[in-house]
Each structure stands twice: as C-alpha cells, then as structure tokens.
Ligand binder design. Sequence first.
Ligand code: FES
Ligand SMILES: [Fe+2]
Length: 333
Amino acid sequence: MTIWPKAVANGWHPVATLRELKRRKPLARMLMGKPIVVFSSPEGPAVLVDRCPHRNMALSQGKVRGGEIECAYHGWRFKGNGRCTHTPGVGEPARHAAEALPVIVRAGLVFTTLADKPNAGPVLPYPMEAEGFDSFLWPIKATRARLIDAVENLLDPAHPHFLHPGIVRSGTVRRPVEVTVRVKEDSAEAIYVENTRASALMPRMLEGKRTASVGRFSLPSTGQVAFENTKGLKLSITVFFVPEGPERVKPIAHLATQKGVIPPFIKELALRAFDMVILAQDQVALRRQAENIERFGGPKYAVGPLDVLFPAIQALAAGETPEPSERTLTLSL
Ligand code: FES
Ligand SMILES: [Fe+2]
C-alpha cells in the first residue's frame, strides 16, 4: 500500500460535482483506497465511509430516501452525519453510526478529506470562483496511473509534439520559448513566453495571438494550464487529480474562459471536443506507462532539460518543502 505524502493524505479532494449529486442516486467513490459514498442530504452533500455498520454492506448499493441513505440489506437508514435514524422492525433506531467525513462545497464541487484534523479547506486556484469567466466542470473517468505521472502529464510541455501532433503542438515546427520556472514552498509554475502565433490547431483557435502559457502545480495534487494573450487570461484548465488508489487517478477538471461574445455553451462544446481527443491520447499513454512500470516493479525517472517542473512536482508530491527559486531558460518547444 502506498504511503501518501502528508499533503495528499491530509488534503481536501473533490469527490463529486453538485450536478452529479442531482441524480439522487448515491455515488460510490474511492479516495486513497477508502471506499466512500456521496449523497444529497437536506443539510447539503454528505460523504460517508461506504460501509454499513451493521453487516458491512456497501451503503452505495442502497437508496437515498428523504435525504437519508437506506442500506440495501436490512434497511437501516443514516443521516448525512452518519447517525442511524431508522432500524426496521424496532421503534428505536440502532445506536451504531456510519462513519461520516467532513464536507466543504466550493465552486460546484464536493470536497472531503481523510485527515484526522482537517486543515482550513480546499485551495482553489484563480480563476475558479473569480468574476468575468464562463466556466464548467468536467468529471473525467478514472484512469490507471500513478498520481505523479498523471499530474506531470498535464503540465509536461515536451510530449504534445509526439502524443498530440497537430492539436496541441505542431509535431514538426519547434520554436524558441522563454521559460521561467518558479518554485515555491507549496507550488511550482512554469511560464512559457512565445510571442508568435501558435503553430497548432487548438491554441490557434482558442487563443489568437498568444503571449504566454502557464503550467502550475499546487498541493495536494492540482494541476493548471492557463493561456494568456494581450487581453489577459483567456483559458484556464484546472485539474484536481483525485487519488483513488495507488495506481488509480480520477481527474476532475474546471475549465474557464474569459467572458466574451461567444455563448458559453458553444465554448464548452468546442473545448470538450478538442480535449476529448487529447484526453483519450493521454489516458492511453498513462495506462501504458503504468503497465510498463509494473513490468519493472517500480518507476525510475530521468530528468531531461525540458522537464522543467518535474523535480519540483516530485519533491512536493513526496512531502518535501523545496527551496523557493526562480530561473529563466530558453527551450525549443
Ligand atoms: S448490512 Fe446494512 S442494514 Fe444490515
Ligand atoms: Fe497530453
């Protein structure tokens, strides 16, 4: 069993969107190897450990009834705080409670934590919750991957030529790009300045004349890519990588675009269409990477000159506090 770095183990992770909860069915989720169930209670979204205290049935197999979750086996009912409210066949409900986890709702996401002493709450990077943006949430299917590999995949500028030729990077043309890498105690970012028109389809359509793109990592396991042009932030893709297990990651993405003349639903359709292709290519690569790591019994990483964020991500993900630093270099991307 993987020992999760402290920041991940004690961090807040989104386990559902409010929209997913509208379906009224309890949602079965995994968080760092712990099965949990998310459902909608009158007090708001509730997260319980997915085990009935009576006979170990998964509560997620049950039904949500009047804002309470009813176990599918003998019908015990539990409130969002875990208290048993009804035990069929007797007047008094059982005194055995289901285990409840803390919940914080922000930006349409239901966050929970497995920490014994939870910290203040989830960290939502800008521009989530900011004015002036059209945004949507996109819960993505879990994929086989180690957490660090999934995070790096989003932020890595070197693979698009090969994995997504013509979409994210041209596949043939490389251009000099000035990169500033900033490492802080709880985050790391790389700012790519490329004062030319992008060479590939997606950045061209979405950004016009791009001035900078940014890749950011912040604890516990959040990645963000943002694209700026002369008018400011155009598009940001923030991805919460939720560790379901040692080799299973469920990303939940938040996409935000600057408000403009194009209706939000058109932008959402376009972004989903593009990202769907990219996502599928990335997920295949991540799965194959995990399979090959398995063949060798563990990973081994070489750091190349284009891997500007990897050492910081690796250090932060391992629970180390890196020395704050800043450097600028020129790469061919
Ligand atoms: S196992 Fe849940 S009510 Fe019996
Ligand atoms: Fe990719």
